[in-house]
Design a protein around this ligand. Structure first.
Ligand code: PBG
Length: 336
């Protein structure tokens, strides 16, 4: 075959027709390499011990803070949409320097775990294990001499994890970026016979501007300084792999890269390096950016969200933690 204007090499025309793969919807389905399913998703839920009614988070339209007494509808929807897991965050009734409400038996997350387990015994309940929502200074650990002290903090994180597991949590998610937190939590759980509790470690968690809306939602912004002495520098790829490998060595069951969208290369690399299940956290700022553009009519929500989530999965994530989980599960259900 020859074109009028110039010659195209014969073998190219005869053999290299990738468009054959895209010609019809049924072919596109057949050749689709990555599929998103509601079973990939984990849905974060904010529980606020001070509330009696749900309250929308202004920077995260469609996401609410829930009082303990009003979890039934939310959990019912999650179960109905076949989302296998939720991730609980708590806003306590009071804060103090040591974040003692974080490991109180009647703390907000401990109560929420019991409540969710009552509503939906088979739903997997994961919890965020950190101090920042519970300390009056807003840092993720104990302050000594103006600094976040590592080992004392690890002791408190272990207490938090044990108290969540004792309340019935299936999975604890240490997110404070303290060294040794995973190993210490594993030991503390095992010593108390809680050896079935999984640890999902926020292994490579970056000091990110994309957590902004979450900090408003959880009232957890640091009152002074920032989190750069414990969360990672966004420029570091090798160090992220070191964090992940260390957590594997300490006994993590699931490792995580967070945030997701600016770190897809690290999701890819982590997937290639370790054989554990890998979670990616599509964080609050990534949610709010899309919501804001959608509200202005600049982006088409369903299309954008499905594109973003498929990218996270294609990069190698097995679990996607996302505020879009309910919408996504609903869209996937409609499309099938
Ligand atoms: C607690 C925690 C944070 C997020 C998850 N766990 C906030 C932070 O580290 O400042 C962020 C989640 C999000 O932005 O959606 N340490």
């Amino acid at each position: 075959m020859k074109s009028e204007l110039y010659e195209v090499p014969e073998n190219f025309l005869l053999r290299q027709r990738l468009r054959r793969l895209r010609n019809r919807e049924s072919l596109r389905l057949l050749f689709s390499e990555t599929r998103l399913s509601s079973s990939d998703l984990m849905y974060p839920i904010f529980v606020d011990q001070r509330l009696s009614e749900v309250e929308e988070i202004s920077s995260m339209p469609g996401i609410f803070r829930h009082p303990l007494s009003r979890l039934k509808d939310e959990i019912g929807e999650v179960v109905d949409l076949k989302i296998p897991a939720v991730l609980l965050f708590g806003l306590p009734k009071r804060k103090d320097p040591l974040g003692s409400e974080a490991y109180a038996t009647d703390g907000v997350v401990q109560e929420a775990v019991r409540e969710v387990k009552k509503i939906a015994p088979h739903l997997t309940v994961a919890t965020d294990v950190c101090l920042c929502q519970y300390t009056d200074h807003g840092h993720c650990g104990v302050i000594r001499g103006g600094k976040v002290e590592n080992d004392e903090t690890v002791g408190l994180l272990s207490r938090i994890a044990v108290s969540h597991a004792e309340a019935g949590a299936d999975m604890v998610g240490p997110s404070a970026m303290m060294d040794g937190q995973v190993g210490a939590i594993r030991r503390a759980l095992d010593e108390r016979g809680l050896d079935e509790t999984l640890i999902m470690s926020y292994s490579a968690k970056f000091a990110s501007g994309f957590y902004g809306p979450f900090r408003e939602a959880a009232e957890s912004a640091p009152q002074w300084g920032d989190r750069r002495s414990y969360q990672m520098d966004p420029s570091n790829r090798r160090e992220a792999m070191r964090e992940i490998e260390m957590d594997v060595g300490e006994g993590a069951d699931v490792v995580m890269v967070k945030p997701a969208l600016s770190y897809l290369d690290l999701i890819r690399e982590a997937r290639a390096r370790v054989s554990l299940p890998l979670a990616a956290y599509n964080v609050s700022g990534e949610y709010s950016m899309i919501k804001a553009a959608v509200q202005r009519g600049w982006l088409e929500e369903k299309r954008i969200v499905l594109e973003v989530l498929i990218a996270i999965k294609r990069a190698g994530a097995n679990i996607i933690i996302t505020y879009f989980a309910k919408d996504t599960a609903e869209w996937l259900r409609e499309d099938n």
